[in-house]
Write a protein that binds this ligand. Structure first.
Ligand SMILES: [Fe+2]
Length: 132
């Protein structure tokens, strides 16, 4: 996967969220690096995967709490998107942990694409309502 690079078009303007999004980029890049290095170490890959999924859960929780705090009407739909992503990621991780032949490059590619699209289309939509 190409190295995920942060750029200003991804900024929601909400500092807490933007900082967490930047951290998610870093953790996806870390996982990608662990998985695609010269001699990928399964423990390092597993650690990177759990670190990423824990952080994703924390981030989604924080984001949804902020939406609830502001009475965001799109919260339920947004929560569903977070849930679907979480379920897909967990399914993948379970396959990996069970030793099934899964492609980590595909996972990081999928997560990177999902996150960028989600930030631009969904998180920015929420952030735009905060100025009202
Ligand atoms: Fe989100």
């Amino acid at each position: 996967m190409a190295y995920l690079e942060w750029n200003d078009s991804l900024a929601t303007g909400v500092e807490e969220i933007d900082e967490q999004h930047r951290m998610l980029f870093k953790l996806i890049n870390d996982l990608d690096a662990a998985a695609t290095g010269e001699a990928p170490d399964e423990d390092a890959v597993t650690d990177a995967m759990y670190t990423l999924s824990d952080y994703v859960a924390e981030h989604f929780g924080d984001e949804e709490a902020l939406m609830a705090e502001h009475g965001y009407p799109g919260l339920a739909a947004h929560h569903d998107m977070h849930q679907r992503l979480t379920a897909q990621t967990l399914r993948f991780m379970t396959q990996f942990v069970n030793g099934e032949p899964v492609s980590l490059a595909e996972l990081t590619e999928f997560l990177g694409n999902w996150l960028q699209g989600h930030i631009v289309e969904q998180d920015c939509r929420f952030a735009a309502t905060l100025g009202d």
